[in-house]
Design a protein. Structure first.
Length: 450
């Protein structure tokens, strides 16, 4: 991290230590502390960061950010105290951002943020010193931690920006101050808080409002809900499958472990090979290619990082099980948009065996929860899924749309699903795991792999 003197942090009180002491990293997990780190002590549902100050110190932390009155006087560490640690953390992120010459690319949207972030990171890395959000560090904790990755030589920062309630994205943009924006998609997400898809669009459009004049912005082609928020003073790029989009696929040829992709990028033809091969990856690659091109990088170098894209955990990870079935672990999260894409990927990966969708509930869909689950069940049938396995009380709604179209099973919880799923899997089956974060379907992936 670009060194930051403790005395520059105005929203916290320095109760012990030298204000000129510069920290060179920020962590909220003591196990990640290194020489020069600031350890942020946050209370959690399972642990309290204040209990791990000694551990952070042993690993090289030189300062802590603690709650008022909770800085241990016996520890030889500089100590900041703040009643609002996340507010202070956001200030730290802004201060580091202000000291950096890097261009910050903010990625928002209802689905595909993390994948586009991972793809863009891989495309930029051969050309620019680049950092990116780790995993899904896209909230009021994760965004400052991402900015804390900036080094003096960093030229690009790919920063995922999430939201779960009105106003959250604007606050994150105020911290990240993006120079380029990408909106991946608009769809039903967190409707319990946004009320409607129109409310989702208004929230995601905060990224457009935060961009400086003449900044590039990457938008999904043909998304009318963003039209009220478009700005004439931005360099607008559209991506999509439609041939009228600025960036769109001309050809897509998937193979066993890779795919060949031909893209049109504002009239130029670009060919590349990528290690991604699922149908929805075309859009992720197009969005990332648009951002790459908007940064002014050479199009003939677009494919240099495309064969080594490292996707974050539980986002379409493929694993061959012992009995020969293929597991697609897409269990990190789900909403109607991302679930549709995952079901399409499942159908595309079928190769002689059955397509089996194991689905946990989609959370925070508000009053229309039942309708969205039934719609997904019906989509599974339309896409030719052979077996739909719903897991958890909230997942029963899938059966309302799937019954009569797909063979269906329902289990009340993960533990009750493990043994039956193990026994029914056959060689050449393709199995999708997909559900909201609270469903925890990654546990099922671990059990099936044993």
């Amino acid at each position: 991290m670009i060194p930051l003197p403790l005395g520059a942090i105005g929203s916290a009180t320095l109760v012990h230590g030298n204000p000129e002491l510069a920290v060179t990293g920020v962590v909220a997990d003591s196990r990640l502390a290194q020489q020069g780190s600031l350890f942020v002590c946050l209370p959690g549902s399972r642990a309290d960061g204040h209990d791990f100050i000694d551990d952070a110190a042993c690993r090289g932390a030189v300062a802590i950010l603690a709650a008022p009155g909770r800085s241990p006087r016996a520890v030889v560490l500089a100590a900041l105290e703040s009643a609002e640690p996340l507010t202070t953390l956001a200030e730290v992120g802004r201060l580091v951002r202000a000291r950096s010459g890097a261009r910050v690319i903010g990625i928002a949207g209802s689905a595909g943020k993390t994948t586009v972030k991972d793809v863009l990171h891989a495309l930029l890395a051969p050309h620019l010193p680049t950092v990116a959000s780790r995993a899904s560090h896209n909230n009021e904790l994760g965004v400052p931690l991402t900015l804390a990755l900036l080094e003096p030589e960093t030229a690009a920062c790919v920063c995922e920006l999430g939201t779960g309630a009105p106003g959250e994205l604007a606050a994150l943009c105020a911290t990240a101050q993006p120079d380029l924006g990408v909106v991946t998609a608009i769809g039903p997400e967190h409707l319990e808080f946004f009320g409607s898809v129109e409310g989702v669009a208004a929230e995601e459009a905060a990224l457009l409002a935060a961009l400086p004049p003449a900044a590039p912005v990457i938008l999904p082609f043909g998304e009318p809900l963003l039209d009220p928020y478009r700005r004439s003073d931005l360099d607008e790029w559209r991506f999509g499958l439609d041939h009228r989009a600025d960036v769109h696929p001309l050809a897509w040829r998937p193979h066993a472990d890779s795919a060949d992709l031909t893209l049109a990028v504002r009239g130029r033809r670009v060919e590349l090979t990528t290690n991604l091969r699922l149908p929805h990856h075309r859009l992720s690659l197009a969005a990332a290619a648009a951002a790459y091109a908007a940064l002014g990088l050479p199009l003939d170098g677009l494919g240099e990082g495309a064969e080594t894209i490292a996707l974050s955990s539980w986002r379409g990870e493929e694993q061959r099980l012992r009995r020969g079935a293929l597991l697609i672990n897409d269990a990190y999260n789900a909403n109607p948009l991302s679930l549709r894409a995952a079901l399409e990927a499942l159908a595309a990966r079928r190769n002689g065996g059955r397509a089996i969708a194991v689905l946990g509930p989609m959370a925070e869909l508000g009053r229309e929860t039942a309708r969205w689950h039934a719609l997904a069940g019906r989509q599974a049938g339309e896409l030719g899924v052979d077996l739909l396995v719903a897991v958890g009380p909230g997942a029963r709604g899938y059966l309302d749309g799937a019954t009569g179209r797909v063979v269906c099973l329902w289990f009340p919880d993960l533990d009750s699903a493990i043994a039956p799923l193990r026994s029914l899997l056959e060689r050449d089956d393709v199995v999708l795991l997909k559900g909201s974060r609270a469903a925890g379907l990654e546990r099922l992936a671990q059990a099936l792999a044993q």
